[in-house]
Ligand binder design. Structure first.
Ligand code: ACO
Length: 335
C-alpha cells in the first residue's frame, strides 16, 4: 500500500499584526521579538473561527487534489483551540464541507498535532480501513493568550493548514487523474513520542470543576510557558527524532531536500540544522510572517512550499512537529 499527500491547502486570517503594532499595546519591540524568535508579524483571527479556518484550508486541499468532499473517508484535526469541546472541529469541518461519508475527530497534541493526525491517518490508510483522509492542523491561539503577558503572546498566531492523503494498492486504478500517481512511494516512515512528566513546561489549563461542592469561582487560564525549558526540549528531542525516522526510512540527512519543522522559533530551527549537520537553507521558514501557529504551522508551511512549486516528484522531505504534552513526531515522505 502506498499512502501519499495529493493536495495541500491553508488559510490565514485577514488581520495582520506586526511587532510594531504589538509595541503600541505592550512593553515590547520589533527588535526584541525579531532578534530572539525571527517573528515579524502574525495573523490574528477576528471573526474567523477554528472550524472556518480549517474548512477553508480543507477546501483548498480538495481543490488542489481535484477530489470532491464526498470522497473523503476521514477528517482528523490537530487542534488545542477548537470552538467547542463538542462538537469537535473535525465534525464541524465535515458539516461545512458536506463530507457526509467521513468519520471525523480531533487530536490534542499541541504543536505536534498535525503530525500525530497524519500518523493516525496513515495507520488507517495503510491497513485499508479507509482510502482518503483530510488531515488538518488548525488553531485560534489568540483566544488562549494572556495579552498582558509579553513573554508568550508575542510568539503566537492563528491559522489552519490541510493535507489530503490517499492510499492505493500498487498498480491499482488511482482515484485522481494525476499522472504522477504511482511514481512515488509517498509516506515512508514515522517516529513519535510523548513525555507527560514534563507537561507543565508548556501548559494551558482547561475548565475547572464548578459543581455545587466548589467554593472558588472559575478562573480562566491562558498559555503559560517556561521558554528556556521548551527550547532545551526542542533542540535535543527534534534532531534525535529526525535521526530515528531517517534510520527507519533507510536514508541519511544528506538525502533530504527539505526539513519542514514546526515553526516555533528561528533559533530552534537553526540549532536543529546545526545538530543534524544540515544546511540551514534546507529548512524553509514561515514563522517570520505567521508566528507560531502550533498544529497549523507544518501544514501551512508545506502548502506554501507546494504552491511555490518547491516540491518536485521524488523529493524526500522530513516533517517534524514538537510541543505541548510534551509531544513530538517526525515523518519522512517522498513527494
Ligand atoms: N519584549 C521585551 N522584553 C521581553 C519580552 C518581550 N516580548 N518578553 C520577555 N521579555 C523580557 C523579560 O521580561 C526578561 O526581562 P528581565 O531580564 O528584565 O527579567 C527578558 O526579556 C528575558 O526574558 P526571558 O524569558 O529569559 O527571555 P529569553 O531570552 O529566554 O527568550 C524566548 C524568550 C524567545 C521565548 C526563549 O525562551 C525561547 O526561544 N524559547 C523557546 C521556546 C519557544 O519558542 N516557545 C514557543 C512556543 S512552544 C512550541 O511551539 C514548542
Amino acid at each position: 500500500m502506498i499512502t501519499r499527500i495529493i493536495g495541500t491547502g491553508s488559510y490565514l486570517p485577514e488581520h495582520i499584526i506586526t511587532n510594531d503594532d504589538l509595541a503600541q499595546i505592550m512593553d515590547t519591540s520589533d527588535e526584541w521579538i525579531a532578534s530572539r524568535t525571527g517573528i515579524r508579524k502574525r495573523h490574528l483571527a477576528k471573526e474567523e473561527t477554528t472550524a472556518f479556518m480549517a474548512s477553508e484550508a480543507a477546501r483548498k486541499a480538495l481543490e488542489d487534489a481535484g477530489i470532491g468532499a464526498d470522497k473523503v473517508d476521514m477528517i482528523i484535526v490537530g487542534t488545542i483551540t477548537g470552538d467547542y469541546i463538542t462538537p469537535s472541529a473535525a465534525c464541524q469541518v465535515q458539516d461545512k464541507l458536506g463530507a457526509v461519508n467521513a468519520v471525523a475527530f480531533d487530536i490534542n497534541a499541541a504543536c505536534a498535532g498535525f503530525m500525530y493526525a497524519l500518523h493516525t491517518a496513515y495507520a488507517y490508510l495503510q491497513t485499508g480501513i479507509y482510502k482518503t483522509a483530510l488531515v488538518l492542523g488548525a488553531e485560534n491561539l489568540s483566544k488562549i493568550m494572556d495579552w498582558t503577558d509579553r513573554s508568550t503572546c508575542v510568539l503566537f498566531g492563528d491559522g489552519a493548514g490541510a493535507a489530503l492523503v490517499q492510499a492505493f494498492e500498487e498498480g491499482s486504478q488511482w482515484a485522481s487523474e494525476d499522472e504522477t500517481m504511482g511514481k512515488t512511494r509517498g509516506l515512508l516512515a514515522f517516529e513519535q513520542g510523548s513525555d507527560g512528566a514534563k507537561g507543565m513546561v508548556l501548559n494551558c489549563r482547561g475548565r475547572q470543576n464548578n459543581n455545587p461542592l466548589i467554593e472558588n469561582p472559575f478562573v480562566p487560564s491562558y498559555v503559560s510557558m517556561d521558554g528556556q525549558e521548551v527550547y532545551k526540549f526542542a533542540v535535543s528531542t527534534v534532531p534525535a527524532s529526525i535521526h530515528r525516522v531517517l534510520e527507519k526510512a533507510g536514508i541519511g540527512v544528506e538525502d533530504i531536500k527539505y526539513f519542514v519543522l514546526h515553526q516555533a522559533n528561528l533559533r530552534i530551527i537553526q540549532s536543529v540544522a546545526k545538530r543534524l549537520k544540515a544546511d540551514v537553507d534546507k529548512f524553509p521558514v514561515s514563522l517570520d510572517h505567521c508566528g507560531n501557529i502550533s498544529a497549523a504551522s507544518v501544514p501551512v508551511l508545506l502548502d506554501e512550499m507546494n504552491r511555490k512549486g518547491m516540491l518536485k516528484q521524488g523529493d524526500k522531505i522530513v516533517m517534524s512537529g514538537f510541543g505541548g504534552g510534551l509531544t513530538w513526531a517526525s515523518a519522512v515522505i517522498e513527494w
